[in-house]
Every structure is written in structure tokens, then in C-alpha cells.
Design a protein around this ligand. Structure first.
Ligand code: ADP
Length: 850
């Protein structure tokens, strides 16, 4: 128990209290309420002042001086938010008794612990899901996610580190608890922190403790947890969250184990390159403005409620694999696309509905305030109209049937609470007149007292004949009778003087004092009663928390359908159809890029099938190759979440995975070279892809020497074509690869049209059959404004490189000479010949292209 400071004496009582609380929560930065401020002392004051850039002062008492820094409680939220972002866990020690009631030192207790993953304070929460995650090992990785504000609690077992990273990336927790075996593993932790710059905490993962945390929560071990790592992670998450929530998490009702193979698998890389949630730092869309409008979420995010937004994000990370449920979603979207009146009406109503999911979380936890209940009642009041609309529309009927109305709850709150209750629930003004007879009684007594006092002025004026006599009130002396100087002589005997001002005096009377006391008592009793009534109401409504949550889920789903329908209608999307193995996209567009080109986007077709499953796409840089690849992936992704797609017609197979290897950004943070990243990604694709996958490759082998790169690209294409048989789009600047269709029966050449004209290269962004005719590298460089000297020199070098390729001819000659012809059968000889020719092919073609 030490506090930085100067002085020999014992700590004054206040600081003693501070140090005790501080030491009870060593992992937290303790903020200590002193009146209207949260203060920190000693070293923590220095940390706080450094972190927030606030003034450091000193607290000086008789024998001790210590550094002190503080923030006003009124504006605490923004400071707290910054502290959390900087990686502090914050504990709030608040005064838990009124200062007047305290005998000596005011009682203070730690009332809230704030960590990024366990927030429930409304002002600190974004509309997005805020997950606390835990990871433990043992027969794979057990990963568990908890959303404290809504009570969502689920987990999964994964068998590789890359699957683990993908899952974390998809769910983006705000804070992660690592089991000791991972926390203590420096290499792991370092890599982990680099990849996920979020708060990493340790937790209590021992199996015994985990089990008892679970039993304490659910009364028994919930099903789905029969796996050692999962059970430890689940227990650790609960225990940690519970300590931050005053020991209880009543909003967490059950655990759901999910199976990642039940959904389309999207890797971290794919989500990043497709810019589903975040714009890519490499800026794949050239000059487009940064920010969310550059992402798929930015295009689709027309949801009107926070639960809707969270659900849309969840759907995007978990596209479906089975046609049935996808068609059901598409039916709902289509109904809303067709009926614009219904869509408008639904969206208008949704706009007025509060975040019922989080409201239900606070209800279950008994933490709602009066404004929450008022918001709940207002929202519930809109449900009958919504339900009616859903029931009248066949594809939305099921949703309508699932929607609970909770009319009684709304009515109960409506009769009990005033329209706009205050934030504080202890200071009255919450409950309507006529709701509770006891409360009414208190109010009537107070009112009667006030009426009596109001009548006093007139009564005393006529009794004393003092025309300027007034009854007044102030905080310090309460009610008084006031008389100006000329009438002092007329003041009756039974008045007692309590204040003298320059030209007037204030008096009181015994019965006035008594009335005043009566009023105060009645008001106090009224406030107390209001609080009781409110608590009863809250408890009563809290019993319906589960149904409120169900309503929230139904509305979230509706919100997503309405948003997808709105996008589809605004941007002319079409309903996708599904086929077992064919892909046909007519006039497909990139949903994000098209929004920024305002009509200037060139739509493109694509046709693939088992007979044309490998598509080699050539064309100069900047012609639109990677845009074409991405738009294909995005159309597939959209189809499988049940959305309409940006195309005139789209028929697609149901993909089990979408793989992308696009762009060559160095993983600077990760410390891996471009080429290493590229090869790791390629390895994952070649190992993981199946005949039902969609594979998009852009510029493989860029990060290494031309020959290495070309050979790898060539071999990878062959492997994808022959063994994996995935539908593959391969955009490349290696013109040699356009020879692939000659040996691979299901490969096809396409190119993006561009033409040289007087002023230079003109891009048409149009995808056409056949290989591109020429490498435009130098041409693009000229367009970009490279100095003529550099261009000239590059031309010379190119010629030199071409000459060097002739060395390959030499190698082939040597191989020929080394053959033992006497040992070859005619068939083997023929095969050898074919092989040699295949090796020569790239060179021949390159030559032709030049
Ligand atoms: P590449 O991969 O061939 O280098 P990109 O796909 O990155 O080319 O496209 C380069 C730029 O061309 C993009 O920033 C975009 O503005 C534009 N672009 C791409 N495709 C189209 C298209 N279909 N219609 C109009 N503009 C396009």
C-alpha cells in the first residue's frame, strides 16, 4: 500500500480509502469519485494526465502531498472511450452514499469495471456487435465469443491457426482472453498482437473453475460444450465478464456451438481483398475516397436499426451453402423490391424502433432506466402495424407470425411512465398520476401543502394590511414571508425574523415551518415510492426480456431484407439463380466501383462451366482485371447471403469457398515479404480449394524473378485445372500463360480491351474472348508520366531480357543431348517430344508477342 508522494505522515483518510480500492483492482486504472470529478492520485495521476493530456496538480494535506489528476464526471464518457482505446482497463470507484448522510468519510465502492470487450455503458457502445473472445487449446483451438450487451454467447472448435485467425477476423472482437498456454507463449502472443491490435487479457482458464463458472451461469453444463478447449474458453469468458458486471450476467441465457463448415468459408484474406468491411489500405480502387463508402458494407448498409446492421454484418461473414434457405431470403427481398410502398412503409417504421436487442439485454440484467422503458414502449407500439404488413405479404408471412406483439408490456409501461422520463431513476418525475394510489397520496399531500402556502400570501395580506407582503422560497432558508421596510411596524407578533436585507426583511411562522416540513416529507416519500414502483415495473417488464429479444431478432431480419431490397431497387440489381456447375453473369458490375463512377462503369459478361473452368485474363495494368475478378467474387458472395446482385442476369453454382489472391501488398506489420505472403496464400488456396470453390488469382509470382514467377504461375494453373477443378479466374501480365489453353482443355483466354491511339493507351474496361495482343507495360508507364530517359532505358533493358531468354533454348538442347535414345519406346519418345515443346511454348509465344 504505497502512494507516490512526499511527506512522512500517515496518508489522510481519503487517500487511504483510495489506495485500498486501487490495490483491490491491480489490473485497472482506478478513477475515484470526489464530488463532481473522477480523480486519480500518485503514479496513476501521472499516467492519466499523460494519457489524456490533462493538467497534473497536487493534493496537499497536512503531512502528505501527492500528484493528482481528474476528469469531470459530466464529460467522462469521451475520456473513458479514449482510455479504453489506448488499452487501459478502467475501474470506477463511486460515492455510494449521499455526502450529507455520511458520518466522516463518504463510502465509496467500485461500481463499474470497463474493458473494451465487456462494455454495457450505452454511450460507449457502437451499434456494431462488441465481442469479448476467449481462446484455449486442447484438441484444437476452442474459440468463444460473448456479446455482453445482448447476451449472445457462442463458440467453435478450429483445427489450424489460419482457421483461428480467419474466425477472429470475421468476428472482430474488441478484446481477447488468451489461455495461459497461449498467453505465456511469446512467439504466439507477439504474432497475435501484430495481427490483431486489440486488447489481449489473461483470464482464469483452469478446467475446474471454467466448469463451475458455467454451472453457476446456467445451473448445469449447457450442451455443445463437450470439448475441453471450448469449455475452458467459455468458462473463462463468463468469469471475466462477470467480474466486470457486478458479478452477474442474467442476459446470457444459453450457449450455441456453431460449425464453420455449415457456411461458405471466407478467409481473412478474402474479406480483406474484397473490402467487405474495411477499405483496403493499398487502395484497390485508385482515387476513390477512403472510408466505408469504399466497402461492400458501405453499399449494402442501408439498414435502419442497429440489430439489423449487426445481422447484415453477420450474414456477410457467413454466406449460406444450401439453396433452400437462400431462396427463402431471396423471396423476402424480392417481395420488398417489387412492392415499393410496402418497403417504404417498413423502412419508415423500422427507423423509429430502438435497439431492442440491447434493450432486452439491459432488461434481463435489471439495468434499464426509465428512458429505456419508454423507448421500449414506443418501439413496441409500432409492432402491430408492422405485423399487419408482414402478414399481408406472403413471403414475409413467416416473419410476421414470429413477431411477438408484447402489447400488454407496452400498455403497462404506457400507463405507468410519463412520456419523457428523466435519466435518473431516483429523483422522481417518472410515474404518471393515477397509477399508484400510495404515490398519489404522497403527491396530494405535497400539493395540498403547496396550495396552503400559495393561499398564505393573500390571507396574511388581508390580515396584516401590508400590500407588498410576499411569500417566497429559496434553497437556503426555504419558504418565507417578505415585508419591505415601510411596513415593519405592521408585522404581527407570531412571525419570526430569519433574514434582514437592505430594504426588506424575511420572516417565518411556526405553521409555515410545519407545512414546509410536511411538503418535504411528502416529496421525499413520493420519490422513494416512485423508485419502488419503477423497480416493480422494471422487474415485471424484465420477465419479458426473452420475447423482446425475439422481437428484436425478427425485426433485424426484416431490416436486412428491406435494406437489401432498397439497394437492389436503387441500383438495379437482379435476383440470382443457381445451377449445379454453370456460371453465367450477363452485364455484371462491381457494386462498389460502379457507385463511384456514376454511370461510367462498363458492365461485363462471364461464362464458366466444367468445360471452361480456368479463365486466363490478360490485359495491361489499369485495364480493369482485378475489378473484374473482385466483382465476380462479390456477386457470388451476395448471392449466397440471399441478396440481389449487380448484373442483368446471374446464374451461379453454390460455392463452398471463395479464394482470392489479389494485389501484392507487403505485410509490413507482419514482417513477411510480398512474395512470402503471396506464396502462403497460394499454398492455402491449392490445399483448401475444391471443385466447388471459386478461385481468383491476380498476378501470381510478381514478387520474384520473372522465371520463378512464371513457372509457379504456370504450375499452379495446371494444378487448379487438373487436380482441383475449381472455377478459376487468373488475371496475369505474363503473356506466356495465354498458351495454357493449348494444353489444358478446360482453359480459356480472355483479355481486357485497350487500344493504342494517338494520345496513348485507351482503356475500354471491356472483357473479350482471346488473349491480349501486346504487353502495354511501357505504354502505361508513359501514360503515368515517367521521364522519356527512363522509358528509353527500359526499352533497351527489355530487349536485353528477351535476348537472355534464349538461354532457355540452350538448356533444352542440352536436355535433348542427354537423352538415351536406345532406351526409349516410341511412345515415350513421343511424350518427351511433347514435353519439350511445352517447355518451349512460353518462349515462342513471348517472341511472337514482341
Ligand atoms: P488492373 O487490375 O487491370 O490493373 P483495375 O481493376 O485495378 O485494373 O482497374 C483500374 C481502374 O480502372 C479502376 O480504378 C477503375 O476506376 C477502372 N475500371 C476498372 N474496371 C472498370 C469498368 N468495368 N468500367 C469502368 N472503369 C473501370
Amino acid at each position: 500500500m504505497i502512494l507516490k508522494g512526499q511527506g512522512s505522515g500517515p496518508l489522510p483518510p481519503l487517500l487511504q480509502q483510495y489506495v485500498e480500492l486501487r490495490d483491490a483492482y491491480p489490473d485497472y486504472l482506478l478513477l475515484f469519485q470526489v464530488g463532481d470529478f473522477y480523480e486519480a492520485f500518485g503514479e496513476d495521476a501521472e499516467r492519466l494526465s499523460r494519457a489524456l493530456g490533462i493538467t497534473l496538480t497536487h493534493k496537499t494535506s497536512k503531512d502528505f502531498t501527492t500528484p493528482m489528476a481528474g476528469i469531470p464526471i459530466r464529460s467522462a464518457d469521451s475520456h473513458l472511450e479514449r482510455l479504453l482505446k489506448m488499452g487501459f482497463r478502467v475501474g470506477l470507484a463511486e460515492q455510494t452514499e449521499p455526502v450529507e448522510a455520511a458520518e466522516g468519510l463518504v463510502r465509496r465502492e467500485v461500481t463499474q469495471l470497463l474493458t473494451p470487450g465487456t462494455l454495457t455503458r450505452e454511450n460507449l457502445l457502437r451499434p456494431d456487435a462488441n465481442y469479448l473472445a476467449a481462446i484455449a487449446t486442447g484438441e484444437g483451438y476452442g474459440v468463444v465469443f460473448l456479446e455482453v450487451s445482448t447476451g449472445e454467447f457462442r463458440g467453435v472448435v478450429l483445427y489450424s491457426k489460419s482457421a483461428l485467425y480467419d474466425e477472429l477476423f470475421r468476428n472482430r472482437p474488441a478484446e481477447v482472453l488468451l489461455a495461459p498456454e497461449l498467453y505465456a507463449n511469446e512467439a504466439f502472443r507477439e504474432e497475435f498482437q501484430r495481427r490483431f491490435p486489440l486488447m489481449v487479457s489473461s483470464g482464469s482458464f483452469d478446467p475446474q473453475g471454467a466448469r463451475s463458472a458455467l454451472v453457476q451461469q446456467f445451473g448445469m453444463l449447457p450442451s455443445g460444450l463437450d470439448h475441453p478447449a471450448l469449455e475452458r474458453a467459455a468458462g473463462a469468458v463468463l468469469a471475466y465478464a462477470r467480474t466486470t458486471q457486478d458479478g452477474a450476467l442474467p442476459q446470457v441465457r444459453g450457449f450455441a456451438r456453431y460449425d464453420p463448415s455449415a457456411y461458405m468459408q471466407l478467409s481473412e484474406t478474402t474479406l480483406r481483398t474484397l473490402e467487405v468491411y474495411d477499405p483496403s489500405p493499398v487502395g484497390s480502387y485508385g482515387q476513390l475516397a477512403p472510408g466505408e463508402e469504399r466497402t461492400l458494407m458501405g453499399v449494402l448498409g442501408l439498414t435502419r436499426t442497429a440489430p439489423g446492421r449487426r445481422l447484415l454484418k453477420a450474414w456477410l461473414r457467413h454466406p449460406l451453402l444450401d439453396e433452400g434457405p437462400i431462396q427463402a431470403r431471396l423471396d423476402a427481398v424480392e417481395a420488398l423490391v417489387r412492392d415499393s410502398v410496402l418497403r417504404e412503409a417498413v423502412r419508415r417504421l423500422l427507423y423509429r424502433i430502438h435497439d431492442l436487442e440491447r434493450l432486452s439485454g439491459r432488461l434481463a440484467a435489471g439495468r434499464s432506466n426509465a428512458r429505456d422503458l419508454a423507448a421500449l414502449a414506443r418501439s413496441l407500439g409500432l409492432l402491430p402495424e408492422l405485423k399487419g404488413q408482414l402478414l399481408a405479404c406472403e413471403p414475409l408471412r413467416v416473419l410476421g407470425e414470429r413477431l411477438p406483439l408484447l402489447g400488454e408490456v407496452a400498455e403497462r409501461i404506457g400507463t405507468a411512465l410519463v412520456e419523457e422520463p428523466p435519466l435518473k431513476i431516483t429523483e422522481g418525475g417518472l410515474i404518471k398520476d393515477g397509477f399508484d394510489p400510495t404515490l398519489d397520496g404522497h403527491r396530494e399531500r405535497a400539493e395540498a401543502g403547496r396550495t396552503w402556502i400559495a393561499g398564505l400570501e393573500a390571507a396574511e395580506r388581508s390580515r396584516t394590511g401590508i400590500p407588498s407582503l410576499k411569500v417566497g422560497y429559496n434553497q437556503v432558508i426555504g419558504y418565507y414571508l417578505e415585508v419591505t421596510r415601510p411596513y415593519y411596524a405592521q408585522v404581527p407578533q407570531d412571525w419570526r425574523i430569519i433574514a434582514t436585507l437592505k430594504d426588506r426583511q424575511r420572516y417565518t411562522r411556526q405553521d409555515l415551518r410545519e407545512k414546509e416540513r410536511e411538503i418535504l416529507l411528502a416529496e421525499e416519500a413520493g420519490r422513494k415510492r416512485e423508485y419502488e414502483v419503477f423497480q416493480e415495473l422494471r422487474e415485471e417488464v424484465g420477465r419479458q426480456a426473452e420475447e423482446v429479444r425475439e422481437a428484436a431478432l425478427v425485426l433485424a431480419e426484416l431490416d436486412v431484407y428491406a435494406a437489401l431490397a432498397e439497394v437492389a431497387a436503387r441500383r438495379g440489381y437482379t435476383r440470382p439463380r443457381f445451377s449445379s456447375n454453370r456460371l453465367l453473369i450477363r452485364a455484371g458490375r462491381h457494386p462498389v466501383v460502379e457507385q463511384h463512377l456514376e454511370g461510367g462503369f462498363i458492365a461485363n459478361d462471364l461464362e464458366m462451366s466444367p468445360e471452361a473452368r480456368l479463365l486466363i485474363l490478360t490485359g495491361p495494368n489499369m485495364s480493369g482485371k482485378s475489378t473484374y475478378l473482385r466483382q465476380t467474387a462479390l456477386i457470388a458472395l451476395l448471392s449466397q447471403i440471399g441478396s440481389f446482385v449487380p448484373a442483368e442476369e446471374a446464374v451461379l453454382p453454390l460455392f463452398d469457398r471463395i479464394y482470392t489472391r489479389i494485389g501484392a501488398a507487403d505485410d509490413i506489420a507482419g514482417g513477411r515479404s510480398t512474395f512470402m505472403v503471396e506464396m502462403e496464400e497460394l499454398a492455402q488456396i491449392l490445399q483448401g480449394a475444391t471443385a466447388k470453390s471459386l478461385v481468383l488469382l491476380d498476378e501470381i509470382g510478381r514478387g520474384t524473378s520473372t522465371y520463378d514467377g512464371l513457372s509457379l504461375a504456370w504450375a499452379a494453373s495446371e494444378y487448379l485445372h487438373d487436380s482441383v477443378k475449381a472455377l478459376t479466374l487468373f488475371a496475369t501480365h505474363y503473356f506466356e500463360l495465354t498458351a495454357l489453353p493449348e494444353t489444358l482443355p478446360a482453359a480459356r483466354n480472355y483479355h481486357v480491351a485497350a487500344r493504342e491511339e494517338a494520345g496513348g493507351l485507351v482503356f475500354y474496361h471491356q472483357v473479350l474472348p482471346g488473349p491480349a495482343s501486346k504487353s502495354y507495360g511501357l505504354e502505361v508507364a508513359r501514360l503515368a508520366g515517367l521521364p522519356p530517359e527512363v522509358l528509353g532505358r527500359a526499352g533497351q533493358l527489355l530487349a536485353g531480357l528477351v535476348a537472355r531468354r534464349d538461354d532457355l533454348g540452350q538448356a533444352l538442347v542440352e536436355e535433348l543431348l542427354a537423352l538415351d535414345l536406345t532406351r526409349l519406346t516410341p511412345l515415350e519418345a513421343l511424350l518427351k517430344l511433347q514435353q519439350l515443346r511445352a517447355k518451349l511454348r512460353p518462349v515462342a509465344l513471348w517472341e511472337a508477342a514482341d
